[in-house]
Design a protein around this ligand. Structure first.
Ligand code: XMP
Length: 524
């Protein structure tokens, strides 16, 4: 079995919105990489032994004092470097060149001309101009540019507005690109990154789904031995993949607890039990705690308090179920790599908490479990690929995200069973129609929201005075910003009619046309 960590790339994060994307691209190419803050210790970098280092973009202005710098160690390790945008600029400044405000800032598409046959861009082009230079369509985003090359560097790419859009020091194998190869707008971006990672850094492509699964199985066996493991199964992608992986590795040693909190989508509890307990033979305990959650939530209107109550109630129920097993040593969790990156960001104060996202964390101290977190090095798309290989249904792996507090944050204000039932029904109609019309996969998240206000309507000769359902659908890349989906009017008309005809307690349906920012995706 190849060692999947043998060849690896370190990405130092200067805070660009695309940093995680760089890491995902490198992984897709088939090479392991880690993303760490640019100021991680030199000791760590040395110990990590990367085959190459990428310096990401970032929001700082390189010409300002106190702007971020790459740690000196990266220039001493004798490994190839690739600076992207800010990463290129700081490399220039740190190695004796200069970078200043561009005469003409460039944001968006640009065409660069590859020059001097660098090993980074060699044989990569979208078209060739009459002089034989390769031309590349790229995504630029910069107001600063390198204005003076450091000694021993030469230009490898230019645009009409930016003379030094790429540079290299071939002897040292240092490269810089002013544009972003990691975004799909740069058509040959992946090829450029692949050339860096495989040809220049000489990494072998061992990071494949099969090898990752083999490695995870070995690690789990080593950590767990013959001890027992408990898992909170939510039916979401991450916990489902952990459950399947553990089941296939340690079989009967795994017990799952599935808490039905009364805030799930229609039939969700039964579907989870069907997939895991009946079809796959996992030991799953279903805890029907609906009433406990409704009771805890009664009279509470505040969204953040509601999240806390739901989180606390989950822990109580889970704890209660766990008490029934005296000999369990491990608690498995579906933590994934972005959680690890983001909690590092939160710990260093770099991330702002807008909503306290409740995950199955923070279990009480007295639950003396050791954690098993097999997915904590993986991005979501890697988790999905592994899930597919393990045989999980595609429908389950490619579902829209569903928040931990579930319908609790989609029923505005106070939550009760009656409201939850109405919302479940409306949401089901909406999702069913999205699927039928082949629209589900064209949006990134879609759901219904219950508004506890009454509005007047008319059915036949009768006046109705009932609740309002809002429909939301968004297109987003990272859920940090989102655009409301332009669903066809006829489709919305059809869904709205079905909801009002089939649910007697709804007299009006509205469509949410708010972008994020300033609105958030969920209504609470
Ligand atoms: P917002 O509403 O912050 O949502 O724009 C961004 C993404 O996060 C999900 N979300 C949550 N997920 N617990 C979760 O596990 C939460 O409390 C929570 N609140 C929002 C939301 O569904 C969207 O995908």
């Amino acid at each position: 079995m190849p060692n999947i960590y043998n060849d690896k790339i370190l990405i130092l994060d200067f805070g660009s919105q695309y940093s995680q994307l760089i890491a995902r691209r490198i992984r897709d190419i088939g090479v392991y990489c880690e993303l760490l803050p640019y100021d991680v210790s030199s000791h760590f970098i040395e110990k990590f032994k990367p085959n190459g280092i990428i310096l990401s973009g970032g929001p700082d202005t390189v010409s300002q004092t106190n702007s971020a710098r790459a740690p000196d160690i990266v220039f001493k390790l004798n490994v190839p470097l690739l600076g992207i945008c800010y990463g290129m600029q700081t490399m220039a400044v740190q190695l004796g060149g200069d970078a200043r405000s561009a005469e003409k800032a460039e944001y968006g598409f640009a065409q660069i001309r590859a020059r001097n046959h660098s090993s980074l861009l060699n044989n990569i082009s979208d078209e060739i101009n009459p002089d034989g230079h390769g031309l590349l369509d790229v995504w630029m985003s910069h107001g600063i540019e390198v204005t003076k090359l450091p000694p021993e560097f030469k230009v490898i790419a230019s645009t009409n507005n930016c003379e030094i859009a790429g540079f290299e020091n071939p002897k040292k194998q240092y490269y810089g690109l002013q544009f972003h190869p990691e975004v799909t707008h740069t058509k040959q971006g992946i090829q450029i990154l692949e050339q860096f990672v495989t040809h220049i850094c000489q990494c072998e492509k061992n990071w494949t789904a099969e090898n990752i699964i083999d490695e995870l199985i070995e690690k789990i066996k080593y950590q767990v031995g013959n001890k027992k493991v408990l898992l909170g199964l939510s039916g979401g992608v991450d916990s489902s993949v952990v459950a399947t992986l553990l089941h296939q590795t340690i079989g009967e040693q795994l017990t799952c607890v599935f808490v039905d909190n009364g805030l799930l989508r229609l039939n969700e509890g039964d579907e989870v039990m069907n997939t895991f307990a009946e079809n796959m033979g996992l030991k799953v305990i279903r805890s029907n705690a609906q009433q406990q959650f409704y009771k805890a939530l009664s009279n509470e209107n505040d969204p953040e308090m509601k999240r806390k109550i739901i989180g606390r109630a989950f822990i109580e129920v889970f704890d209660h179920e766990a008490q029934k097993f005296k000999d369990i040593k491990f608690l498995a969790q579906g933590t994934i790599y972005p959680d690890v990156i983001e909690s590092a960001g939160a710990a260093s104060g770099k991330a702002k908490v807008i909503k306290s996202h409740h995950n199955v964390g923070g279990l009480p101290e007295n639950m003396k479990f050791e954690l098993v977190e097999p997915l904590k090095e993986l991005f979501k798309d890697e988790v999905r690929t592994i899930g597919m290989k393990l045989g999980l249904p595609e429908k389950m792996l490619y579902r829209h995200p569903f928040p931990g507090p579930g319908l609790g944050v989609r029923i505005l204000g106070e939550v009760n069973e009656d409201y939850a039932d109405i919302l479940r029904h409306a949401d089901h109609i909406y999702l069913e129609e999205l699927n039928k019309h082949d629209l589900y996969n064209k949006v990134d998240q879609a759901f219904a929201v219950f508004l506890p206000v009454k509005s007047v309507g008319v059915t036949g000769d009768e006046r109705r005075y009932d609740y309002v359902i809002a429909l939301r659908a968004v297109e987003t890349f990272d859920f940090m910003t989102a655009r409301w989906a332009r669903l066809p009017h006829d489709f919305l008309d059809h869904v709205s009619n079905r909801i009002m005809n089939e649910i007697s307690r709804v007299s009006r349906v509205v469509y949410d046309i708010s972008g994020k920012p300033p609105a958030t995706i969920e209504w609470e």
